[in-house]
Every structure is written in structure tokens, then in C-alpha cells.
Design a protein around this ligand. Sequence first.
Ligand code: C6P
Length: 413
Amino acid sequence: MDMKEIKKDFPILDQSIRGHRLVYLDSAATTQKPKIVIEAIQRYYETMNANIHRGVYHLSEISTLAYEETRKKVAAFLGAKDARSIVFTRNATEAINLVAQSWGGKHVGEGDEILLTEMEHHSNIVPWQLLAQKKGAILKYVSVQSNGTLDLNSIDSLISERTKIFAFTHVSNVLGTMNPVKALVEKAHERGVLVLVDGAQGAAHLPVDVSDLGCDFYAFSAHKMLGPTGVGGLYGKLDLLEEMPPMLGGGEMILEVHKEYSTWKSSPEKFEAGTPNIADVIAFSKAIDYLKKITMEVVHQHEKELTQYALARLMELEDFTLYGLKDAQHRAGVISFNYANIHPHDLGTLLDHQGIAIRTGHHCAQLLMRTLQVPATARVSFYIYNTKEDVDAFMLALIKAKEYFNRGTRSAR
Ligand code: C6P
């Protein structure tokens, strides 16, 4: 597959920003959308729009069918054996909150322990804090070593008889570290501990087979994998989902409603109260088709090559600080760095003036920033539509930014 051709499928990339070709290097925040996804949203509203699971008329039937077909497609894409294991949510954040509130609300009690890691996104910390505060549970953290990997040797001693769940990210959104999910699941399961994987940066960039990984829960966001915003999901083992109470109550999740109580449907309907984001779920299926056509192996390989190419050039710069592994073989397509004493926000602005979009700040990972002993970093992240030319443009802009910044600080003296 000619990866250079891929860019043509993404209309947004065919534009100039401040007189420069747009170079989008912030796909870890959200990915751009191929034309087929954008068109699917429009087609839905033009030809299918009706509420699902309710109507007996044609439009409702076809939109229900398309919505449920997407569930099957997502299940197959993630290696889930049963489509009922896939619950649609608004995003990965909501999927993690669902597990913390529903499963955690039922199974975590006073003095119980929840194991997290220092490299987690706030979405995989705060829901557990809310649960721990409510229940009197204890949070423990696997630390991050100076090379950007988890201190795997410490896990055995961090797991105790009271540990109920180990929740960790598949891929760090800051360091690009790919965690050894299968080995960690085995370790946790040996001790009777359940595992939630935050797959927000995993499902989008790596081949994922939840059945092979063996995890109990896997959370993901469609908007990070070419799909629309407002759609995410949770994979859960069916027996776990079946015994979990709903998080939200409302229409379509019930079997019977009485004055004092109600009964629910089984998974996934039990967790999808109210009218869901029908159009965007249906359009998400086109994103999956697109990724499947390329194959996740090729997606990963492409990002690896770009990361290798970028890292080799970046490491030649003076005053360049990289966070995380130096070896592109073992990291995903995310590079966090600081450069030449320029505050990341200033750097982001200087690059934006040259058409380059990068993310700066704490990346919703303040615990990790504290471990790295920095308030913020600059971050570039790649996806299938990026090319070596994008990396070249970024490098050029980076060097210009330093010149500009130095000129500015000299004249201020
Ligand atoms: N990280 C980033 O720029 P939502 O917002 O629910 O789609 O995804 C949350 C989330 C959870 N886990 C990880 C590892 C993530 O990277 C993210 C989103 C974006 O890094 C936005 S802060």
C-alpha cells in the first residue's frame, strides 16, 4: 500500500494554515477523518435517520440494523467473541467510569485496593479516585522508570490480597510506551485480580485481540481511530457485564418499570440508556473498514518507521530532551520532548505559525509530569496519513522556532 496516497482520503489535510501546508501531528488527541466516515454521517441523516430499537417502520429497522452491525464489526476488530461484550459509550473516559462505578460500586469495599500506574491519563485515575473516596478503598501506583517503562518487577509486591483490579494503559499517550498487556493480565489473574486496559491509544494504533490478551475490560474511543467524536466503547467479558448493575437509568435499558423498582435488559442494552449517538456509531463502522483494509499491522509498522525517522533526526539536535524510550522499535508513534528552553506552549505557537499542529502541556497526565519533573512537554504523534515529508517540515519548523525564539530573547535583553 502506498501510504502517500492515504492523505488524499482526508479532506481536512488538503489546506493551508497561515500560508503553510497543514502538517497535523496531534493524532493522539484525535485523529482526522477519512471522507468515507464524513460521508457516512451525511448519508445517515439524509437517508436513514430514525430512533433505533423502537420503531417498527423501515427507517428505524435499517438504522437499528446498521447500529448493531457496527457493534459486530467492533467486536470482530477487537477480537471479542460475542458482540454483546461491546457497550457503546461517549468515549474511553465514559467506558472507564462505567467500570469504576458499576463493577467497582459492587465489588470494591473499604480497605480494598486498586492498582494503577503513574503513566495513566487522568481518565484512568480520577474515576478510581471517586470510587476509592466513596468506598474507603486504597489506590496504589506502579512507578515509571527513568527510561519511560513501568517498573514491572514491583508489581508482585504491589498486588495484595485486597487488590481488586489493576487498571493500566495499553500505550502511554505521553511516552509512547507499549505495556506488555498479556503478561500483566497473566500476573494479575494469577492473584485473582481483574484487569482493565485503557485502550484509548492502543486500539487505534496496534493490532488488538482482547480474547488473546485475556483482559477483563478494554476501553476505547472511536475519535482516536478515524471515527467520529462522541463515540467510544467498552469491551467486557460477558459474565462480568451480566452481573454489573447499570450506570445510567432510562429508556431502552429496561425490561419492566414498576412504581418502586425496575428490571433491566442484559448487556449491552442495560448500559445504553436513552437515545445513543446513532449516526456516529454507524459512521464508526466505516472507520473500522478503512483500518481493516490497511491492516493494523501496517498501521503500526508505518508509525514505527516515522517515529524511527523522527527520533534519529531529533536526537541530533542540541538542547533536545526526549521523554521515554530512545528505541523506536519498542514505542508507539508518540514523541514527547522539550527543546532549547522554549516553553512547550511557546513552541506550539511558533510551530502553529508554520502550519504544524502539535500538542503541548501536561497531556492530562499530571502524575507522569511529576515523575518526569517537568510541568509540561511538547508532543508530536503520528498516524497513517503522516509522511516523512511531514517529519521534515516539522524539523525545519523546529529549527526556525529556535532561531526566532533566540532572536526574541536577545532583543529583549
Ligand atoms: N488523550 C491526548 O491528547 P477520551 O477523551 O475519553 O476520548 O480519551 C481519554 C484518554 C484515555 N486514555 C488515554 C491513554 C488517552 O490518551 C486519552 C485521551 C488525549 O493524549 C486527549 S487528553
